[in-house]
Design a protein around this ligand. Structure first.
Ligand SMILES: O=C(O)CCC(=O)C(=O)O
Length: 291
């Protein structure tokens, strides 16, 4: 093990997630926050969502309200340095095995004063792989408490079904239908909180989401990077056109793929216009359909 002890490793495999308070060092946090701050400054140049920044409807250059920085790994070298050489790679190796492939990244800002909720969903239907040896690691760039919309994971849900993330009319809504989420044991959800540097890890099948950020002044920047065992390969085109798609960040490219007998349901094949973000899909801004 690089970082995790056997109990933590067992907890992840049993429950589908882990929270590791304050794991990332102050030095990394300082450098990552400087880059995040630059994104906020850049957002003052735009009044609407662009290729890098997904902003809320009431965003304005004078009053930035960011939902997400897309492709942070391409936006500033420190994000890629962190994703490819930082503690996430050691954690991924502890849970996925010796060969690790980078999938994608995002920095969810969840702005203060009501910053967008993330409805209950699983990750793997957004980016299906040949198997389920896939996870997402997050680091809180600032302290996260209960009012700030911490990410909540439904324990054990990674062992359950993969839910339909389409709406009844066939468009991609990117969340589990209300009739189905009403059946989930949401009172057992674990909301991962802690000081700056707290790490979240969730399995690609784990049901998760987060409430709006009700803090009056503090955004909730959560930097997320997804990885797979290198033999678990994406089935669909990448949602992001990134220089680092599919990069091996530890070990080597394998000789054979790992193929799970249970295939993952597919998201829409996007032929007109790129995928923007989960926020856009969940808030009805995504018109992609099954057909
Ligand atoms: O930012 C969050 O609270 C959850 C993020 C998430 O689930 C996602 O971006 O897919």
């Amino acid at each position: 093990m690089n970082v995790l002890n056997p109990d933590q490793q067992q907890f992840y495999h049993e429950h589908g997630y882990l929270g590791l308070p304050g794991l990332v060092s102050a030095d990394w946090l300082e450098r990552l926050n400087a880059a995040a701050e630059r994104a906020v400054d850049d957002s003052r140049e735009t009044s609407e969502t662009n290729a890098w920044l997904d902003v809320e409807d009431d965003h304005s250059p004078d009053n930035p309200r960011l939902r997400r920085l897309m492709k942070p790994q391409d936006y500033d070298p420190v994000f890629w340095e962190f994703a490819s050489q930082g503690p996430f790679v050691d954690l991924a190796e502890d849970l996925l095995g010796p060969n690790i492939r980078f999938h994608h990244g995002k920095l969810n800002f969840k702005w203060s004063g009501g910053g967008a909720e993330v409805k209950w969903h699983q990750d793997i239907p957004f980016w299906p792989h040949t198997s389920y040896n896939v996870l997402t690691l997050g680091v809180a760039l600032d302290a996260i408490d209960d009012v700030m919309g911490p990410m909540g994971i439904l324990p054990g849900s990674h062992k359950g079904p993969i839910y339909d993330h389409y709406a009844e009319d066939g468009h991609w809504q990117g969340y589990i239908r209300a009739t189905e989420s009403a059946e989930l044991a949401l009172d057992s959800v674990d909301y991962l909180q802690g000081p700056a540097g707290t790490v979240t890890i969730h399995h690609c099948r784990a049901v998760h989401g987060s409430r709006p950020n009700a803090h009056p002044s503090r955004p909730r920047p959560l930097l997320l990077f997804a990885y797979s065992n290198a033999a678990s390969l994406p089935i669909m085109p990448y949602n992001q056109d990134s220089a680092h798609n599919g990069a091996i960040v530890r070990g080597r490219h394998p000789d054979f793929p790992e193929i799970d007998p249970e295939p993952c349901p597919l998201p829409p094949m996007r032929t007109s216009g790129p995928y923007r973000s989960i926020f856009a899909s969940q808030q009805g801004e995504d018109t992609a359909t099954r057909t």
